[in-house]
Design a protein around this ligand. Structure first.
Ligand code: VGL
Ligand code: ZN
Length: 202
């Protein structure tokens, strides 16, 4: 068992990010057995769940004429327009059925405000709207976090960056993540997180 100041944060292991889903990440379901096994090592386990309203501003379908995976400008900066995914209450938004959810102590839902996307488990994409996770971890005495899940280069990397900025020791277990890799996003995510002090382990 790991120290009580460590938490495992499992990012967005949901049907829509797994093969057959609306925003499927290649091999997204391959990481689930390892994540389930990892849970036995940690005293604190948090799951995140992408949880968008159907009219969410990150969906290409809500921008007439815009193609999926194109970029748009939001008040908070550039934003990728995604295929409609993880709509609140839909099958795609549910955790993958193989993921063990019973051991989790907290489920953080994110991306539920129509006008702001939220990749990170800590802050929405405006970088100021908090999800509440930092307060929870602080009150639980957590100082180190291990990140796994989907997708490496979006929600995992953004969470890792924010966690490092907030002062946590951060490890990304890359073998328990899978990436979207859109226009070099995986290399960018690695460079940015490494520069912020995030440790990448296999
Ligand atoms: C994610 C794109 C859009 C993720 C969520 O979980 O990495 N990516 N919404
Ligand atoms: Zn999303």
């Amino acid at each position: 068992m790991r120290s009580t100041d460590e938490a495992l944060i499992v990012i967005d292991v949901q049907n829509d990010f797994c093969p057959g889903g609306a925003l499927a990440v290649a091999g997204g379901d391959e990481i689930i057995a390892r994540i389930n096994a990892l849970m036995a090592e940690f005293c604190s386990i948090v799951l995140t769940q992408d949880w968008h309203p159907a009219n969410h501003s990150s969906f290409a379908a809500n921008h007439p004429g815009a193609a999926a995976f194109s970029l748009t400008d939001m008040p908070y900066g550039p934003q990728v327009l995604w295929p409609t995914h993880c709509v609140q209450g839909s099958h795609g938004a549910q955790f993958h059925p193989d993921l063990h959810t019973d051991p989790a102590h907290l489920v953080i839902r994110k991306g539920f405000r129509t006008g702001i996307d939220s990749y990170s488990a800590f802050f929405e994409n405006d970088k100021t709207t908090a999800t509440g996770l930092h307060g929870y971890l602080q009150e639980r005495g957590i100082r180190r976090v291990t990140l796994v899940g989907l997708a490496t280069d979006y929600c995992v990397a953004y969470s890792a960056l924010d966690a490092a900025r907030l002062g946590y020791g951060v490890t990304v277990l890359e073998g328990a993540c899978r990436a979207i890799d859109l226009n070099g996003s995986l290399a960018t995510a690695k460079a940015d997180t490494l520069a912020a002090g995030v440790v990448w382990a296999a």
